[in-house]
Design a binder for this molecule. Structure first.
Ligand SMILES: [Zn+2]
Length: 191
């Protein structure tokens, strides 16, 4: 028997089912999958420090699979994700904790090609949201990236200038190509 989640995913990919109609049973499917997962759970006892001393800041884009693409395993790295893979105050908060308490010594900011936040500015994002009926966003920063190279350089510079990170932490800026799976090392660390 083919699982109905698989069928629904295939129909969604084929454009048969509008995404808005698929949400009702998704939670059930996910928790059912988790129940199966827990029956063969193998990650008990992994320490909370990052075994490979690495943290990745990247986009929430569903085409990005951070561990597999870098040859990492669960327990190896801290993964911080948000829209665009931007360095925000919350990313700084998390990285100060990750470096001070959880073993992180190397950080990569990995943005990507074809990002939904690229090639536009915040005014355009707010305009699209307003057109969709969203109100009360005048003061919101969406951190859109009209110039992706500039955005990546700014984010790496912001991290390198963060006095609360320990001395010696290495920081790089990468761009992931969603078509090839390859990472471009746009800004290398100094070592
Ligand atoms: Zn993105």
């Amino acid at each position: 028997m083919v699982h109905h989640a698989t069928v629904r995913r295939a129909m969604a990919v084929a454009g048969v089912v509008p995404s808005g109609l698929r949400c009702g049973l998704m939670f059930d499917d996910l928790l059912q999958a988790n129940s199966t997962y827990s029956e063969a759970f193998t990650l008990r006892g992994i320490p909370p420090v990052a075994a490979r001393e690495f943290a990745l800041v990247t986009c929430m884009d569903s085409r990005i699979e951070p561990l597999t693409m870098l040859g990492l395993l669960p327990g190896d790295a801290k993964i911080l994700r948000n829209a665009g893979g931007r360095v925000t105050p919350d990313v700084l908060r998390s990285l100060v904790l990750a470096t001070r308490f959880l073993g992180v010594r190397e950080i990569a900011v990995m943005q990507h090609t074809n990002c939904a936040l690229a090639m536009q500015d915040d005014d355009e994002v707010r305009g699209r949201l307003a057109a969709d009926g969203v109100e009360g966003i005048d003061g919101w920063e969406f951190l859109a990236m009209p110039d992706p190279d500039r955005a990546l350089a700014d984010d790496v510079a912001l991290l390198r200038a963060c006095d609360q990170l320990p001395d010696g932490v290495q920081i790089e800026g990468w761009r992931y190509d969603v078509e090839s799976g390859l990472i471009d090392r746009v800004i290398a660390s100094s070592h």
